[in-house]
Each structure stands twice: as C-alpha cells, then as structure tokens.
Write a protein that binds this ligand. Structure first.
Ligand SMILES: NC(=O)c1ccc[n+]([C@@H]2O[C@H](COP(=O)([O-])OP(=O)(O)OC[C@H]3O[C@@H](n4cnc5c(N)ncnc54)[C@H](OP(=O)(O)O)[C@@H]3O)[C@@H](O)[C@H]2O)c1
Length: 186
C-alpha cells in the first residue's frame, strides 16, 4: 500500500507574514505539496506579488488578507472573515515577526509593546481562534480526525539565547517557546 505522508491536497494553510522572506518560502513549500494558501501581512502590493508567484509556480489557490497583526483585538474578526472566504483552515503557520533594536535602558514602551503584540500576543490570539475553529468542525460526535489541525510557530535562536540590544525580540521569542509547549499540552 502506498501512502504519501506529504500530500496536502484538499488542505488550506494560513501563513502570517507569508508575503516575503521565510513565510513566503513556507507558503510555496506547502503549496507545492498540494495545499491552498492564505496569506496575511500588511503590505497589499507585496501580498499580491506573493499570490501571483504562488499561483503561477504551483497552480494552488491563494487568498490574501491585508491586516496589521498589532491590532490584536481585531484578530478574531479577521479569522472569521478568513473562514468565510476560504471555507476552513487546516494548517496555521505563525511566521510574522518584527524587531525594534535598542539597549534595554533606552527602549521605549511603544516599541516594546509593538514587538510583543506582533510576535507573541497576535500568535496567541490567532492560534486561539484557529483551535476554536477546528474544535467546532469536529463537534457533534464527528470523528476526532476532523478536528485535527496543525499549528507551526516560527521561533528563533533567540528562544534560547540573548544578545545585546534585542530585549523585546528575545522576550517575545522566549514567550513563543512556552506558548508552543503550552498549546501542545492542551
Ligand atoms: N530572517 C532571519 O534570519 C530569522 C531568524 C530567526 C527567526 N526568524 C523569524 O522568522 C520569521 C520571519 O522572518 P523574516 O526574516 O522572513 O521576516 P521579513 O522578511 O521581515 O518578513 C516578515 C513578514 O511578516 C509580515 N509582518 C510584519 N509585521 C506585521 C504586522 N504587524 N502585521 C502583519 N504582518 C506583519 C511582513 O509583511 P508586512 O511588513 O507587509 O506586514 C512579512 O510578510 C519571524 O518570526 C522572525 O522572527 C527570522
């Protein structure tokens, strides 16, 4: 019997920060293995370019949602809109990330808050919406496999290591490590 463990046909993956860099590479990789793709980032033009590239290279459907993940109180609404449009998300890749570099004694709380909001709070909020969505799909005595979803969080060397002038980023990535473990045990 032949089975292809990497076949993602019929699945849809949501990649935050999928408009460029690591997120775009992940999106293309998932699309090459059969997944349809949903991208979230702020810059509309870059999202459109990424969408074109993915569709041309892989022929997989790609939706784009321009959104600033620092608006953490609007993430639930964003996720609802995504579900309406895509009809369901199977894989969530939390890749969007930023840094604001400054010595710890100089960093202002606005910059600190931006980094924590985008790199950590937004990851929690969208993961929470995703988990509720998968549970809802599996509710009502349907097989547990229907609930199954995957969350992939992009960490960093700085989940573990500290470097000067990157306190907010390191704190957010250290948080990502424990958020990932906490979600995994639940
Ligand atoms: N590059 C590295 O060497 C490295 C090393 C370790 C870990 N990482 C991690 O890998 C991830 C991706 O890094 P990268 O180097 O590929 O970054 P990048 O090229 O700067 O791309 C960041 C992505 O996130 C999006 N983004 C940033 N702020 C956002 C916001 N407020 N709301 C929505 N989307 C936002 C960007 O689009 P917009 O700007 O248009 O919003 C873009 O799509 C990050 O989590 C980073 O911490 C990177």
């Amino acid at each position: 019997m032949e089975s292809n463990l990497f076949d993602l046909s019929g699945k849809t993956a949501l990649i935050t920060g999928g408009s460029r860099g690591i997120g775009l590479a992940v999106a293309k990789g998932l699309a090459r293995h059969g997944a349809n793709i949903t991208l979230v980032a702020r810059t509309e033009k870059q999202l459109e370019q990424a969408q074109r590239q993915i569709q041309e290279e892989t022929n997989k459907h790609t939706w784009t949602f321009p959104f600033d993940l620092a608006q953490t109180d609007q993430i639930e609404d964003l996720f609802e809109n995504i579900i309406k449009e895509t009809k369901g998300i199977n894989i969530l890749v939390n890749c969007a990330g930023i840094t604001r570099r400054a010595p710890a004694e100089d960093i202002n709380l606005n910059d600190w808050g931006q980094v924590i909001d985008v790199n950590l709070t937004a990851v929690f909020a969208i993961s929470q919406a995703f988990c509720r969505h998968r549970k809802h799909i599996g509710a009502g005595g349907k097989p547990a496999t229907l609930m199954a979803g995957k969350i992939i969080n992009i960490g960093s060397l700085m989940c573990h290591a500290a470097r000067p002038t990157n306190t907010a980023y390191a704190s957010s990535k250290g948080g990502i490590l424990m958020l990932t473990k906490s979600l995994a045990v639940e």
